[in-house]
Design a binder for this molecule. Structure first.
Ligand SMILES: [Fe+2]
Ligand SMILES: [Fe+2]
Length: 193
């Protein structure tokens, strides 16, 4: 696997400044959550840095890029191709970051936009960090602390989903099926594996 410094340079070269800063901020937030929940050191930092690597593909490039992917791509991702940056990053992660990248890292990157009950604990960390990193202006300090101070990852993700639901309702957007499934899973006491 690439060392963090080399990965940092790759991501910095690939992304516009603002998105690079977001990626750094997700990486730091994810790494704090990784420490809090005793997950593998560096796993939050590496997935956080890489998660938006393909965020700036055009719709045409994204649709072409996902043609090669052998795992399922969700219909909502095809309808809104900017979302395809998640499966495309997962698909290419081992080629770019290293063949020895663990499955849990690939899964985390794959589900970082829509979430999934199958995203694993690292996926939950990345999902939350992407939503609550300090450069995101849609949250105030109190909301951020409320999210990040939850006592379990499941509770943390559920808080994010409920805030997101409220926002989606206000703009008339529907959750993807996989996100609805995740919320129902957590509400019925499901735990990430
Ligand atoms: Fe993303
Ligand atoms: Fe992101």
């Amino acid at each position: 696997m690439l060392d963090v410094k080399s990965l940092l340079s790759l991501v910095e070269e690939k992304l516009p400044k603002k998105r690079f800063m977001h990626s750094l901020s997700v990486a730091s937030t994810a790494e704090l959550l990784v420490l809090k929940y005793s997950l593998e050191p560096n796993s939050g930092y590496v997935t956080g840095l890489f998660h938006d690597y393909y965020r700036y593909l055009s719709d045409e490039e994204a649709l072409a890029g996902c043609g090669k992917i052998t795992f399922p791509v969700f219909p909502e991702e095809l309808e809104n191709p900017v979302l395809l940056h998640a499966p495309i990053a997962a698909w290419n992660m081992r080629r770019i970051v290293g063949e020895d990248v663990p499955e849990s890292y690939v899964d985390a990157v794959r589900f970082h936009t829509l979430g999934s009950k199958d995203m694993g604990k690292l996926g939950a960390v990345l999902f939350v960090a992407d939503y609550a990193e300090p450069l995101r202006t849609h949250l105030d300090g109190k909301m951020r602390i409320d999210i990040l101070s939850s006592s379990t990852l499941e509770e943390t993700v559920l808080k994010v989903l409920r805030m997101q639901d409220e926002y989606f309702l206000s703009i008339g957007r529907k959750n993807a099926e996989v996100t609805v499934e995740l919320e129902a899973f957590l509400e019925s006491g499901g735990e990430f594996s």
